[in-house]
Design a protein around this ligand. Sequence first.
Ligand code: KIV
Ligand code: NA
Length: 278
Amino acid sequence: RLPVTLPSLLEKQRLGEPIVMVTAYDYPSARAADRAGVDLVLVGDSGAMTVLGYESTVAVTLDELLVLARATRRGLQTPFLVGDLPFGSYEVSDEQAVQTAFRFVKEAGCDAVKLEGGGETSVTRARAIVKAGIPVMGHVGLTPQTATALGGYKAQGKSAGDAVKIAREAIALQEAGCFSIVFEAIPSAVTEAIMPRMEIPVIGIGAGPATDGQVLVFHDLLGIREGRGAKFVQRYGDLLDEMAAGVAAYADDVRTHRYPGPEHGYAIEVSELAEFRA
Ligand code: KIV
Ligand code: NA
C-alpha cells in the first residue's frame, strides 16, 4: 500500500470513493488502523476521555496529546496522520497556534493538524497555520471543546439560522485554506444542502451519508468504553467486555492454581540444580 497523501485524498474525493478516518491514540490502535487500511488517522483530543479518563476534552494538555501522537506515529505506515489541537493550545494568538502545530509535526511526525470551530478566531488561526506550511483540517457543528457554550453535547444546526451559521463557517474554513473539514452532529439534510458549496473533502460524524468520508472514535466503534455513546455510533465489537472477561479468566486461573502450568516454567539441568542446592 502506498502512503496516503493530500493528492491521493483529493483523487478519492474526485472519484467519489468514500474516505475512511478513525481515531487512534497509541501504538496498538495505530497498528489496527494501519492494518485495516484506513485513509486518515486522527489523534483526537477525544483521547482525553477514551484513554486518559477525563470527563471531557477540555482538560487535556498539549504535552499529554503529544505523547499519544508520538505513540500513534510509531504504529503507522500508510495512513495520513492528523493531530488534534487541544483546547487552549491555539486560541490565544496566531503565534501560539503555529507553535503548537509545529510541535505536532516536528515532535510527533503528524502530517497535518485539526482545530475546532469556524468563528473568526478559528478561521484566522487556520489561515496562519496553513501559511506556515502545515495542512489544517477544520471541524464544525458539534465542537466538544466548546460544548458548554453550545449548550451541551447535542446536534447542531437544527434551526435554519444555526444551519446557515454552520454553512458560513465551513465555507470560511475552506477559504482559509483548510485541506479538509469535519462535520459533527448536524442534520443529514443540512449536510446535503452544504455539500455543493464544498470543494475540499468533508468527513462526517453524525452528519449523514452525503459527506466525502466518515470518521468514528476507535473506542466507540470497537466498544472499548462503558455506556451507549452518541446516536451516530455504530459498534463493530464489544472489546471492553472481552478485555474484562480475559482478565477475569486469568484471575480465576491464578486463584484456582490452574495458572501457571508446567509448560510456563523454565527448566534447569539436574546437575546444576543439585550443585545449587548443595
Ligand atoms: O477528537 C476526536 O475524536 C474528533 C473526531 C470525532 C472528529 O475530533
Ligand atoms: Na477532537
